[in-house]
Design a protein around this ligand. Structure first.
Ligand code: SAM
Length: 284
C-alpha cells in the first residue's frame, strides 16, 4: 500500500470515517519525493531513535522506521490512532503515543525508552510550529537534530541573519541553540488538503556548545525581546524595556560591551546580544 497516494488517503477516510481537522493543522503529504527528502534530511542511522511529531496516517513514520532502530510517533488526534495501527501494522519498531506534544515531557520519554541518537522530525502543524520548536529547545531535549517542515515564512525568519528585515527574536532564539540548514523547498501542491502557503524543510542541528556564554539566559532573551519589540528604536531606548534596566545601566553596559548605543537590534549578532546581556547582568 502506497500510503502517500491520494487514493489511499481517500480509501482510509471512507473506511474509518476520518475527517481532516483544520484546527489540528492536518495537511497530509502526497509526494514520495518530498517524503524521501525529509527522511534523508534527518540523517537517520541504524542505532537512532526517531521522534516524529504528528504522524498523520504515517507516511514519514513508515519511511523513518526502515532506517532507524525505533520510531516514537506523537499524535494528538485520537481518530488517527486506529488508522496508524493499520497503516503501520507491519512494523515492530514503531510506537505511537496519543498525546499533545506541547504537554509531553519529551526528555522523560527519551529516558523511559532508553533512546539514543535521537532525531526529532515531522511535518508540523503550522499553527503551533514556533511553540513546538521553542519547547524542544528551551527544555534542552536530548536530541541531535530537529528536521521539520514548516511554513516558508517561518523558516525564512528562523534562518535570517543580522541586517535582514526579518531577522528577529525567533532567529536569535533558534540560532542560539542550533545551526540551521535548509533541506528542501516544498510547494503547496503536494498536500491534501492543500494549504494556502508554501513550505520549507529545515534541519536544526542542536549545538553542543552555544555561540556565546551567557551569564543569565532569561536576561539574555529579555534583552533580545526588548530589542526586537521596538525594532525601530536604538538600543539606548529599546533596552530600557527590560525590567529593572534604566538609562544609565544601558549606557554603561553598551559601552562596556563596545557596542554603539545608536545601533538597532536587527544589526546585532547573537554574540553581541550575549555581551550586552552579560554587562547588564553585572549591573543589576
Ligand atoms: N506527518 C503527516 C504527513 O506529513 O502527512 C501529517 C502532517 S500534518 C501537517 C500535522 C499532524 O500533526 C497531524 O496529524 C495532526 O493531527 C498532528 N498534530 C497537531 N497538533 C498536534 C499536537 N499538539 N501534538 C501532536 N500532534 C499534533
Amino acid at each position: 500500500m502506497k500510503l502517500y497516494e491520494p487514493s489511499t488517503i481517500r480509501a482510509i477516510r471512507e473506511e474509518f470515517g476520518f475527517k481532516f481537522s483544520k484546527s489540528l493543522g492536518q495537511n497530509f503529504l502526497t509526494d514520495k519525493n518530498i517524503i524521501d527528502k525529509i527522511v534523508d534530511g534527518a540523517q537517520i542511522g541504524p542505532d537512532d531513535t526517531v521522534i516524529e511529531i504528528g504522524p498523520g496516517i504515517g507516511v514519514i513514520t513508515s519511511e523513518a522506521a526502515e532506517l532507524a532502530k525505533q520510531v516514537i510517533a506523537i499524535e494528538i488526534d485520537k481518530s488517527l490512532i486506529p488508522i496508524l495501527a493499520k497503516t503501520l501494522e507491519e512494523y515492530d519498531n514503531i510506537k505511537v503515543v496519543n498525546e499533545d506534544v506541547l504537554k509531553l515531557d519529551i526528555n522523560k520519554l527519551i529516558e523511559e525508552e532508553g533512546a539514543e541518537g535521537v532525531k526529532i522530525m515531522g511535518n508540523l502543524p503550522y499553527y503551533i510550529t514556533t511553540p513546538i520548536i521553542m519547547k524542544i529547545l528551551e527544555e534542552e531535549v536530548k536530541a541531535d537534530s530537529i528536521t521539520i517542515m514548516m511554513q516558508k515564512e517561518v523558516a525564512d525568519r528562523i534562518k535570517a541573519l543580522p541586517g535582514s528585515k526579518i531577522y528577529g527574536a525567533l532567529s536569535v532564539a533558534v540560532q542560539y541553540y542550533c545551526t540551521v540548514e535548509k533541506v528542501a523547498d516544498v510547494p503547496r501542491s503536494v498536500f491534501v488538503p492543500q494549504p494556502n502557503v508554501d513550505s520549507i524543510v529545515l534541519r536544526l542541528n542542536i549545538r553542543d556548545e552555544k555561540p556565546v556564554e551567557v551569564l543569565d539566559r532569561k536576561l539574555f532573551f529579555d534583552c533580545v525581546k526588548a530589542g526586537f519589540g521596538q525594532r525601530r528604536k536604538t538600543l539606548l531606548n529599546s533596552l530600557q524595556g527590560v525590567k529593572g534596566v534604566d538609562k544609565s545601566i544601558v549606557i554603561e553596559s553598551l559601552e562596556a560591551a563596545g557596542i554603539e548605543a545608536s545601533r538597532r537590534a536587527e544589526t546585532l549578532t547573537i554574540e553581541e546580544f550575549g555581551k550586552i546581556s552579560n554587562e547588564v547582568y553585572k549591573r543589576l
